[in-house]
Design a protein around this ligand. Structure first.
Ligand code: PRP
Length: 215
């Protein structure tokens, strides 16, 4: 049976395509893609489409995609009606707490405001620290918020650390590590179990190969 795979555009895209290529899939169309969003594998009976991370979950949950590749950061914040099948061990980054050096977030007395794209992560982190903070939801360029005085600190993802550094922010704590995951629609897993497991096992082989190459 044919499979549809939703791939997250941007940060994870290049590594995902490289992994599919190592699996021997026919993904040349994804390497020279222009502005196209839907692609047919030239070897396998697989259709790929490129979507934003939050939409990847939506397409998988609704069964439009049988499989999705998406960051754990998005999964933690989003709804959970799918199977999380595999850690691809790429797209690695961390959830961090950061602020301007002078803000002294953890010793500040009084009302503390935290800017973030990830309110669930931020809430549970500060709850675990016994700190009562106000969470302000921001959609992007979160590093700007403490600079402009919108908040005292941020919870965000850090990959290279360049964005924090170039905006004069310092890391105060690490919340958790994150990486790209493979998710699967629940009904698809019943109907197309063999085809889906083939993809999962192919990708797992690449994860193991990458891991042994890094030793
Ligand atoms: C993410 C994140 C940081 C940046 C971190 O933003 O929110 O801003 O990447 O990466 P770095 O540690 O390698 O500098 P993204 O690029 O997804 O864009 P956005 O701010 O518009 O959400």
């Amino acid at each position: 049976m044919a499979l549809s795979i939703a791939l997250t555009k941007g940060r994870l895209e290049k590594n995902t395509v490289a992994m599919l290529e190592t699996c021997g899939y026919g993904i040349d169309c994804l390497k020279d893609k222009g502005r196209a969003l839907v692609f047919q594998d030239s070897i396998k009976d697989i259709r790929y489409f490129l979507v934003k991370s939050n939409d990847c979950i939506t397409y998988v949950e609704h069964g439009v995609a049988d499989i999705g590749v998406v960051g754990k950061d998005t999964l933690i914040e989003g709804s959970k009606d799918y199977y999380e099948m595999l850690d691809l061990e790429m797209g690695k980054c961390k959830f961090i707490v950061a602020s301007l050096p002078e803000n002294e977030l953890f010793s500040k007395v009084g009302h503390i405001k935290i800017g973030t794209k990830y309110p669930t992560v931020a809430n549970s982190y500060f709850l675990s620290k016994g700190m009562d903070v106000e969470i302000i939801k921001i959609d992007g360029s979160v590093e700007l918020a403490p600079i402009l005085g919108l908040c005292d600190g941020i919870v965000d993802i850090m990959e290279t650390g360049t964005t924090l550094k170039e905006n004069g922010l310092v890391v105060l704590d690490t919340v958790c590590d994150i990486s790209a995951r493979v998710i699967v629609n629940k009904a698809s897993f019943k109907l197309k179990r063999d085809e889906i497991m083939q993809v999962i096992n192919d990708l797992k082989g690449v994860v193991e190969k990458n891991a042994s190459g890094n030793q």
